[in-house]
Structures are given as structure tokens and as C-alpha cells.
Design a protein around this ligand. Structure first.
Ligand code: NAD
Length: 311
């Protein structure tokens, strides 16, 4: 029969890598249409997709989100935050046909995720929220974790074959918005742990402990976390992490401040106490507002605390 078309909107740090994997693994079975408000990332995608002799004859660029929706059977979005998702889907719904599946992989608030899913539902189309954990490395490697909120098991199963091309763990969390809920909880934990690791290493250093020795000890003791053993905020304890590259690349401190804000807002709405989440949110907001740190990875909280200053 006619080839199905996959659409991808938002080719930033994450979307670019995810769409690259999806395109490469479906190039013989599907058509692919991409859109981003930044023309440069579209050109870069077309240039990269055609490397290694891969044919790009099934790949096209759409001028608007609506144009993507009019062509696609499945629409993926990977956008910065709730307002962008709202704006893009206001256009997408104008072009949606019945039964088209929309998969939003952005990290946004639960309320927006549910509202946008309702707009899509009114068109007779379907929507799942499928935010990711893993960062740009996992996006490139195709090993992301997806947390999926969907109205039905059928919608999850429709998304699954494509999510499997971009990730290795896929969790169905419940109804629309619950994928976002899981993501927000994970990132609140991550945000708290990174602050904890940063102040811990700074204290250890000021007490005369070499960071590399303290790290060995923590990682074989009960203080271990992903922020100590995989993504350590102290420069040069882990190779290739942002902390070892002047805090460049990775997960922007502004995005972490946004995610902590989502957690605190959700906590407020449900009368849930999150004293450490709230404190960490404020810390990332201050770091994001600090001259020279705003474009850095969130682990730069270690530098902000004075971790590189001479004792
Ligand atoms: P990014 O800012 O690099 O990419 C966003 C892309 O969306 C950009 O290319 C931008 O041009 C495009 N865009 C924005 N508004 C648009 C619009 N109205 N129409 C068309 N295109 C538009 O962000 P990212 O780092 O790729 O993150 C995307 C999402 O994934 C965020 O919600 C983030 O919280 C989440 N996330 C990021 C990471 C990470 O490590 N970077 C990890 C997990 C989850």
C-alpha cells in the first residue's frame, strides 16, 4: 500500500538526534517530513541524513507545523517548553486527519499535556505524551527512556515501534499527562541530587579530600548517585561529561530550572510538600541568572558554589 509518512517538529539538541535515528531506521518503509522554526537545523538535518550513502529522496521539509500535520500519519514533537507545544499544536490541529497519532516528547507541565491531547482528540486524532530521560548522549545512541501517558493501550502500541527506534526503555504510566508526571518526578530527584553532589564535593575538597578519592569512596558507599558516578559535576572525574568540557553541551541549566519549576508547580497544585525540590528550583534559577553560567549545563551549579576556587 501507500507508504506512511512520519513527521518530526523540533530538531534541537534532542530532536535532531532522535529524528536522525528514526529517519535512518525507517528510510525504506516510511516517508519523512521535518519542520523547525530554525532553518539552519533543517539544512543540517538534510545534510547529515544523506551521509553514508543513505537516500534522502523520501525526506522533505515542511514550511509550517500545519503542513507537517497535513502529510503525516504520525507526528512527533520535541520542543523546549509548554508554550511552544501549545503554539505548535494550535497549528498542527488545523491540518490533522482522523486517526493520526501525535507523540509529544517535550518535557512540559501535566495540565498543558492534557489540554493539547484534548484538542487533538476533538479532531478524531490521538495523542500520547512521551517525554524522555537520558540526555543528548542517549538520544544519539538511541537508548532513551520514554515515559508514556496515553488514553489507551492501543495508542501506546501504535507509538511503540517508533519509540523503539529512539529508545530502549518504554514505560506506560497511565492516562494522558502521566508520562509528564513521571518525567517531572525523575528530574526533581536529579536536580536535588546534583545540588547535593556539588555541595558534598566542595565540602570534601575544603576538608582536604582529593575529589577523585572522595568520588571512589562515594561510589562504593551509600552516597552514590547518577550525579556522582556518571555525570559528576567536578571537572575531570568523568570523561566527556559537560563538567569536563567547561560545562558546555548537555542539559541546560535554564531547562533544569524550568523542570524544577514544573515539579514545584505540580506539588503546589496537589498540596504536596517538596522542601528540597523548592530549594533546588531556586538554586537553578539563580545559577541560570548568573552572568556567564546561563548557557551552561546544569552541573555548573558546582562552579557557582565556588567548587573551582582555591581553598
Ligand atoms: P532545544 O532548545 O535544543 O530544541 C528545541 C527546538 O525546537 C529548536 O530547534 C527550536 O528551533 C525548535 N522550536 C522552538 N519553537 C518552535 C516552534 N514554535 N516551531 C518550530 N520549532 C520550534 O531543546 P532540547 O534540548 O532539544 O530539549 C527539548 C525538550 O526535551 C525540552 O522540553 C527539554 O526539557 C527536554 N529534554 C532535554 C534533555 C537534554 O539533555 N537536552 C533531556 C531530556 C529532555
Amino acid at each position: 500500500g501507500k507508504k506512511q509518512t512520519l513527521g518530526f517538529i523540533g530538531l534541537g539538541q534532542m530532536g535532531f538526534a532522535m529524528a536522525s535515528n528514526l529517519f535512518a531506521s525507517t528510510v525504506s518503509t516510511h516517508k519523512f517530513v521535518i519542520h523547525d522554526q530554525n532553518a539552519g537545523s533543517l539544512e543540517r538535518f538534510v545534510g547529515t541524513a544523506g551521509k553514508n550513502g543513505v537516500s534522502t529522496s523520501s525526506l522533505s521539509i515542511a514550511a509550517t507545523p500545519r503542513d507537517v500535520a497535513e502529510q503525516a500519519d504520525v507526528v512527533f514533537t520535541m520542543l523546549p517548553a509548554g508554550p511552544h507545544v501549545r503554539g505548535v499544536y494550535e497549528e498542527v490541529v488545523k491540518g490533522l486527519r482522523k486517526d493520526v497519532l501525535c507523540v509529544d516528547c517535550s518535557t512540559i507541565d501535566v495540565a498543558t499535556a492534557r489540554e493539547v491531547a484534548a484538542w487533538v482528540g476533538e479532531k478524531g486524532a490521538r495523542m500520547v505524551d512521551a517525554p524522555v530521560s537520558g540526555g543528548t548522549g542517549a538520544a544519539t545512541a538511541g537508548t532513551l527512556t520514554f515515559m508514556v501517558g496515553a488514553a489507551s493501550e492501543r495508542d501506546v502500541e501504535a507509538a511503540r515501534p517508533f519509540l523503539e527506534k529512539m529508545g530502549k526503555n518504554i514505560y506506560h504510566c497511565g492516562l494522558n499527562g502521566t508520562g509528564q508526571a513521571a518525567k517531572i518526578c525523575n528530574n526533581m530527584m536529579l536536580g536535588i541530587c546534583m545540588v547535593g553532589a556539588s555541595e558534598t564535593f566542595n565540602l570534601g575538597r575544603r576538608l582536604g579530600l582529593a575529589p577523585s578519592l572522595l568520588n571512589q569512596i562515594l561510589n562504593t558507599s551509600s552516597g552514590r548517585s547518577w550525579s556522582t558516578d556518571t555525570y559528576n559535576p567536578v571537572p575531570h572525574l568523568n570523561p566527556n561529561v559537560p563538567a569536563s568540557k567547561d560545562y558546555n553541551g548537555g542539559f541546560g541549566v535554564t531547562l533544569m530550572a524550568k523542570d524544577m519549576g514544573l515539579a514545584v508547580t505540580a506539588a503546589t497544585a496537589t498540596h504536596t510538600p517538596v522542601p528540597l525540590g523548592a530549594a533546588a528550583e531556586q538554586i537553578y534559577k539563580v545559577v541560570a541568572a548568573t552572568h556567564g553560567l546561563e548557557g551552561k549545563d546544569f552541573s555548573v551549579v558546582y562552579r557557582w558554589m565556588g567548587g573551582e576556587k582555591e581553598v
